[in-house]
Design a binder for this molecule. Structure first.
Ligand SMILES: [Zn+2]
Length: 421
């Protein structure tokens, strides 16, 4: 009797193993080279099993049932990570930021966001850190759910919902007698900040975005908003829930306060000085430069790139970026896409090279570095066994010519092929 039970159990096990093996979806990808998020490896192959990377290297065994995809002349990379997006915004030369926030309906903005999500994914960006819905409340959480339920194609999203600003500092503004909704949540003082950070966490924020300065100076120049103590408290509350903080800061003083408060990343940093970048380096705070946004806004204001001399804002951005490189600050890849067209995310990568970074370092920024800084490196950002099969294949070699990053040949997210040319 016991033997019979044992035999049945063995048969059952064997049957199940066979069934599970035959149901597994296997892909063997054979490019010329693999960028694993850190280094380039000639002749490597990648085996994908269901939604995970199963094996990587020169010789991979157990590939009998795999669908082989020959990718001659191609480079395989981890799906790219956009460090600073606004899926609920579209380029300001189409409609000004203020008109988008005040005049476009929630339905129109959501419809647009679904298109932006698709364009982002199809450009090879399989994850985005979306830093504020700009008047669309918690809609990024819903968009993320729609993508995760496969209702629409799109990247993985790290949400930040409304973002947080100091009262009086943010836009849009009409005449003083009319109170209108702002593009972010206002909160002041440690108690209100604690409450707002926790509220946004409860509503689904993965990241907390704070504005450490904004254009509210006497002559509308950028000036600090929150005090150091306010920033510190917000960071403490966010961090204790396991969430990172991104701080918008363009002034040296805003950056200094954000640094002392211990945020994870500083966005923009236009007026960053040698001293402040040294301080960021020392405290391990990463810099997300958004070069493409400055470039785009300058052109929207009439600058003819390649014809006119570079305007002050662009010269300043080149200067601050090279200061950051000199100081050895960790550089994230994030362009503030939404200010310019979604799907054109590679523009930031091209500009990072133009402004003095090595192509391979830019590829690291857009993959392993962003994954490490955003604390998502246990799931994405590298071509490594056990991580999600988020993969971009391009023709050519973007470590030699960064523009090749636009030559999308194949985009896979979570083991699903979304684009194949
Ligand atoms: Zn932004």
């Amino acid at each position: 009797m016991r033997l019979k039970v044992l035999l049945i159990a063995m048969l059952f096990y064997y049957y199940n193993t066979c069934i599970s093996q035959s149901n597994d979806k296997l892909y063997l990808l054979k490019p010329d080279r693999v960028f694993d998020g850190e280094q380039m490896h000639d002749g490597w192959q990648v085996l994908v099993k269901n939604n995970l990377i199963e094996a990587v290297g020169n010789s991979i065994s157990n590939t009998t049932n795999a669908t082989v995809i020959e990718l001659k002349g191609c480079t395989l990379l981890p799906g790219l990570i956009e460090g600073h997006s606004h899926l609920f915004l579209h380029p300001y030369n189409e409609t000004s930021w203020e008109d988008q926030v005040l005049r476009e309906s929630d339905a129109e903005r959501t419809a647009r966001a679904t298109v932006h999500a698709k364009e982002t994914l199809f450009a090879g960006f399989t994850t985005v850190r979306d830093l504020g819905t700009e008047g669309m409340g918690y809609s990024d959480v819903g968009l993320k759910e729609a993508i995760n339920k496969s209702i629409i194609p799109g990247p993985r999203i790290l949400t930040s919902t409304k973002a947080i600003v100091a009262t009086g500092s943010y836009a849009p503004k009409l005449k003083n007698e009319i109170d209108i909704p702002k593009g972010a949540a206002e909160a002041d003082g440690e108690d209100a900040l604690i409450k707002e950070v926790r509220n946004q966490i409860g509503k689904g924020a993965d990241v907390i975005k704070l504005y450490a300065d904004y254009r509210w100076g006497v002559n509308n120049e950028a000036e600090p908003t929150f005090t150091i103590d306010e920033l510190k408290k917000a960071v403490e509350v966010a961090n204790s829930s396991g969430r990172i903080v991104a701080a918008h800061a363009t002034t040296a003083e805003g950056m200094r306060r954000a640094t002392l408060a211990g945020v994870t990343t500083i966005e923009h940093g236009d007026d960053g000085t040698h001293e402040v970048f040294e301080m960021m380096k020392q405290k391990g705070i990463a810099y997300c430069p958004t070069l493409a946004a400055t470039d785009a806004v300058a052109q929207y204001k009439g600058w003819k790139k390649g014809i006119d001399p570079e305007p002050e804002s662009v010269i300043n951005k080149r200067r601050s970026f090279s200061e950051a490189l000199k100081a050895g600050v960790t550089i994230c890849m994030g362009g503030d896409v939404g200010v310019f067209a979604h799907g054109d995310n590679a523009r930031e990568m091209e500009m990072m090279v133009d402004y003095g970074m090595k192509p391979t370092d830019v590829l690291r920024s857009a993959t392993s570095v962003n994954a490490d800084v955003f604390k998502i490196n246990n799931t994405v950002g590298r071509i490594k066994k056990g991580l999600y099969a988020d993969i971009l294949v391009v023709t050519g070699d973007p470590s030699a010519n960064i523009h090749d990053i636009r030559n999308t040949k194949l985009v896979m997210k979570d083991g699903v092929i979304y684009l194949s040319k």
